[in-house]
Design a protein around this ligand. Structure first.
Ligand code: SF4
Ligand code: SF4
Length: 189
């Protein structure tokens, strides 16, 4: 079992950093905190529930449909009100970045394609648009976390979800380009 102290360390690394030096919430009306879907939430990383031995009143923790490894369940945290910033889950602290494990087992940090529909920073698909202190802190946090086998297995699981999301996004982009080109050809005739 991953110890609470590890998450305390990681929360601490990510406590003061934000995706931009300015308030990125001003770009989008804090879209990542205002999902229209009441059941939308953030997956907790394995053992992260230890940080919520007392669940704050603004948070619900439930079993999600997602499993990883040998059918291990994943908890989802759903905020029902504005959170206490110092208690926000790891997934919120690193958004719109995510750890990713390639098919060769190498882990990296990248923009999460699941963030693209809501986050203007993710739409640019380049982590160099983000504040470098933020990116460095996320890298440091996952250098610590990725020593744990359970985290490696979880990241492997979410990486295949990310692959699927990327496949759908690329399909959408090429369909959209195809429609634009067909429109241009019709106008030329
Ligand atoms: S959706 Fe992206 S730009 Fe908007 S507040 Fe969240 S991280 Fe910042
Ligand atoms: S827990 Fe806080 S940071 Fe995370 S989505 Fe909810 S309000 Fe936003």
């Amino acid at each position: 079992m991953i110890k609470r102290e590890l998450y305390e360390k990681v929360y601490d690394i990510l406590e003061k950093v934000t995706p931009l030096q300015s308030d990125c919430g001003a770009l989008c009306g804090k879209a990542c905190c205002h999902s229209p879907d009441e059941d939308a939430g953030m997956y907790l990383f394995p053992g992260e529930e230890a940080m919520y031995s007392e669940v704050p009143p603004w948070l619900k923790i439930e079993l999600s449909d997602f499993t990883y490894g040998n059918n291990k369940s994943v908890l989802i945290a759903i905020c029902t009100d504005r959170c206490q910033r110092e208690l926000r889950p790891l997934a919120c602290r690193i958004f719109p970045l995510t750890p990713y494990m390639a098919h060769n087992g190498v882990m990296s940090i990248k923009i999460d394609p699941r963030a693209v529909p809501m986050c203007p920073l993710a739409k640019q698909f380049a982590s160099d648009t983000l504040d470098e202190n933020f990116v460095d802190a996320v890298v440091r946090a996952f250098r610590l976390l990725s020593k744990e086998k359970e985290i490696q297995s979880f990241v492997l699981g979410i990486s295949r979800l990310i692959d699927e999301q990327e496949r759908l996004l690329n399909l959408f982009i090429s369909n959209h380009r195809g429609k634009k080109q067909r429109g241009a050809i019709r106008r030329k005739k």
